[in-house]
Write a protein of this length. Structure first.
Length: 261
């Protein structure tokens, strides 16, 4: 069952084929962990891995803006951890960057506008390497895309997926460093984004010739709605594991149902 740190309530469902919905928590090995940064901070997080088999790839999640409630439990990242180990065999590492707080706890330090958050990403990558987890990809959302663009063009990162990137000054300045990178870059841009519309994204990311910009019709910056979550997860899996999307929309094994209430 889900621990108290991860859910307000959860009901276990057994035995019948069921639709995968917003609150579906599929089986995985879930381990709370601590990351330690080069400047001496302790960060809290969770690693979700497939049960009984080795993961075939790894995703490191970088959450939205810390000062506006962004954290490891931001809903798209949480649903990645709830679904992808079981549906795609992908390990998902999500954590609170410095100053962020979630049900699991608070990470030390304070928000640094994407600068020292690079040390947080480095700590996560070090943990992935320490554990021998394969083929790490970075998935950043909103502020997390800024951290990915500024600090993610490093080994052993295999590629990046950017959800709702605002693409502001420091991130624009970071784009030239990606021009000669062999790491794939995919940008998922909501049609109704508050900060960067698809046409603006195409113009901005044209600085990186291999950047793929995908407009998602009807979506907003926060990707509210199960149909948009499914689009995001399918696009991520197609990049990380080509040929493994779309993901199943039903599950015939044990499953927990999460509720905020």
């Amino acid at each position: 069952m889900l621990g108290e740190a991860h859910a307000s309530s959860a009901e276990e469902v057994k035995g019948a084929v069921a639709d995968i919905s917003a609150g579906s928590v599929l089986p995985a090995h879930r381990e709370d962990l601590e990351l330690f940064t080069a400047d001496g901070l302790r960060l809290v997080g969770e690693l979700a891995t497939p049960i009984d088999v080795a993961p075939v790839a790894t995703i490191i999640c970088l959450h939205p803006l810390t000062t506006h409630g962004g954290m490891m439990d931001s809903h798209v990242l949480r649903k990645m951890a709830w679904r992808l180990p079981a549906l795609a065999g992908i390990a998902v590492l999500r954590f609170n960057m410095r100053g962020a707080v979630s049900a699991l706890g608070a990470s030390e330090g304070s928000y640094d506008e994407g600068l020292d958050e690079g040390l947080d990403l480095a700590a996560a990558l070090a943990e992935v390497q320490r554990r021998g987890l394969p083929d790490p990809w970075i998935v950043g959302w909103s502020f997390g895309t800024a951290v990915a663009l500024r600090h993610g063009n490093v080994d052993p990162v295999r590629g990046v997926v950017l959800l709702s990137p605002p693409l502001r000054g420091p991130e624009i300045d970071a784009l030239p460093s990606w021009v000669n990178s062999l790491r794939p870059m995919t940008c998922l841009i909501p049609e109704n984004d508050d900060y960067l519309k698809p046409d603006e994204a195409r113009a901005g990311f044209a600085a990186v010739p291999h950047a793929e910009v995908i407009a998602v019709e009807g979506a907003g910056h926060l990707w509210v709605g199960e149909r948009f979550v499914r689009v995001v997860l399918d696009e991520i899996v197609q990049r990380v594991l080509p040929g493994h999307a779309p993901l199943p929309v039903t599950w015939d094994g044990p499953m927990e149902k999460f509720s905020e209430f």
